[in-house]
Structure formats: structure tokens, C-alpha cells
Design a protein around this ligand. Sequence first.
Ligand SMILES: C[S@@+](CC[C@H](N)C(=O)[O-])C[C@H]1O[C@@H](n2cnc3c(N)ncnc32)[C@H](O)[C@@H]1O
Length: 378
Amino acid sequence: MEPSGLGAGPPKHTPLSPYSKTIVEGTLPVDSGVDAGLSASFDQENYGDHIIQVHGDDDSSFSDEGYDGSDASSFLSSILSEVRRGVEVEGRIYPSYGKHEYGMPMDEKELDRNDLQHHKYTLLLGDKLYIAPILDSQLNHANARVLDLGTGTGIWAIDMADRFPSAQIIGVDIAPTQPSFVPPNCIFEIDDVEEDWPYRPAHFDFVHGRDLMTAVRDWPRLISQAYTHLKPGGWIQLASTIPEVNSDDNTIPPNSGYVEASRLYFEMAEKMGAPLDAPRSWGEQMRNSGFTNVQDVVYKLPMGAWARSKRLRTVGRLELLMISDGGFEAYMLRGYIQILKGRPEDLQIILALARREVKDPNMHTNVQFHVTYGRKPE
Ligand SMILES: C[S@@+](CC[C@H](N)C(=O)[O-])C[C@H]1O[C@@H](n2cnc3c(N)ncnc32)[C@H](O)[C@@H]1O
């Protein structure tokens, strides 16, 4: 796939986090992890020998012997502009960085969806950023470090930085879609989490990854890297929706567009080598890597405002809003065209049917949200 050359530029995004009201508006990913990492700081304490990209406050300490700023600058700036621009497929912009092509966009519409998802998941977990039983004292001190894998807009990392101001929160992503104006203890980096992690062993107190479906092919390797880079006593938490449509009262219509969309999504993810039911194996994979206290908690995530509890009705409304406002398309468009070799107009017909169905208040569907956590023994 070729870069589009459309020059769409980086998305401009303002985080919506309730915890991040103090953050200045008009955030520009131009100045996020990639740029700052290459021109600014190098936090020697965090990394092993081969790190190159870090975004931090102190730009006086960049000191990589192998780095020659002047010779590398035009090479780097051309890579940077490609990473920022991404690639365009059928009007959506996708990340161009990373070992594998990623199926979800990184444009403004996707960033808004990402933030909406954050509110939905936080609410689903009972107004919590995570459910792993980590003591506040473990994250409330100056040596505490948290790593957020595939951080997206960085909204979770920013909320964590506000909640634990002494801790250092690092958000990493292949897409430069994070804001520049963030709490001083939050930094963003551009990297592929499927590659070797550049951090020191036993460095983090908490490794977190949410909604990384189709982002990760090799979960056992990722979990084992987390184990290596966690301190003894540190925690991992992975969370994701499994987009398989269920209904407790059999209200899914026959020949459902929603079910067909879900079937196609599973098929394309399988072909990508990133099966969507991967969360069901996380618990076992964590135990195999040496984690203890492993728990797999499965939430029912309702679609629409039909649930009894007020909180779940709000969750259902947010899910409905997300899906009916382009969520299906975000998940499926690129894979449908490039992996299943389908025509975009055919997908639009299936998605239009699915969108109409999910707005029907008589249809009561849900998907599962899996949260799995574990602890590295002391
Ligand atoms: C659906 S978003 C979820 C964002 C965030 N975790 C959240 O829950 O708010 C998935 C993110 O993973 C990133 N991603 C995909 N593959 C990746 C990889 N191999 N390494 C790092 N980030 C990746 C994408 O660019 C995207 O920002």
C-alpha cells in the first residue's frame, strides 16, 4: 500500500477527559511523541541501550552517541512527515508506522470515537480507570511508572497522570495522535508494541492495554514482555471488547446486518492473524508467563438504552452512539477492502442495515468486555 500523498496532515484533537479539564485546548499531534522524541529529550533512566524516541519536558539531555542530528535530519523529517500524514484509504487516514498494517483509522473522527469509548469503558467499570487491585500507594510515589500500550488519544494515560501526579505515565502508540499539552508526568512515544520494548527490565509498576483488537498478533509475546519489564509486585491489565453479538431475549432479527457485520469482522481479523476472541486466552497466557493473582472479569456491554440500571443505560447509549456514528466503519472498512477484497459500496449496504437495526429499541443486544489482570510475584 502506498502513502496517499493527500497531505491530510495530522488530526487536531482536544481531549474530552473529565479528569483533564486543565489541559489547554487546541492540541496538535505535530508536537507529540515523534517530533519531540527525535529533537528533544532522552530519559536515560527509563531505557535500555537502543531507545531513540522519547517525549519529555527536559530537552537538554538527548545524548545518544550513535545519533548525528545534522546528517539524519532530512531522513528523519521525511519519515516524520510520513508518520504524521498516515495513509489514506477510501477517505479515512490510517497509521503508516509499525510492523503490520493496522486496520483502524487515526483521523479526527476516530479520535473522537476513541474518547467516547474511554468514557463508556470507565463508566462500565464503575467510574474506574482499571480494576486490578493495585494499592494507591504503589502508584502514588516518585518512582512509580505506568505504561499504556496503544494509547490512542492518550486519554487514559492523561487521566492516570492526573490521578497519580507523582508517577510517570508513558503512553506508546504507532500513531502520533496524542495531544501536546498534557500533565508534566505524562509522556508519549511512537513505537510498535509488537517489537522488542526499549525499557529496562523490572521498570514499571503497571502495564495497561485497552481495546487493542487487531493491534496485536502475538499476545503471549506481549504478555511475556510485560512480565520482563514489570517490577516484582507490578500489575498488568488488558481489556477489550469481543464484538460478538449476543441477545439474552432472542431479539436479533433473522438475516441481521449487525450479525453479518460481526461475522465479517471476525473473518478479516482471523485472516490478519489477530483473532478477535484473543482476550479469552489472556488469563492462561498470563499464568504461563509467570503472573499470579490472575483474574478474568467479563462485563456485558449493552447496545442501546434498554438495561435496567441507569449506569448501564448510559453505557448502552454511548455504545449505540459510537456504532451508529461510524464505529462499524472504523473497525471494518480497511480490512473489508484490503483483506476480504470486498467493495466499499457492498460494505456500506451491510452497515446501513446494521445501523438501522441497532437503533431499534426492541432489539436487546450486548457484547462482552473482557478485563484480565495479573501480578508479577514479589
Ligand atoms: C482502538 S485504539 C485504543 C486506544 C486506547 N488504548 C484507548 O483505549 O483509549 C487502538 C490504538 O492502538 C494503536 N496501535 C495499533 N497497533 C499498535 C502497535 N502495534 N503498537 C502500538 N500501538 C498500536 C492504534 O494506533 C490505536 O491508537
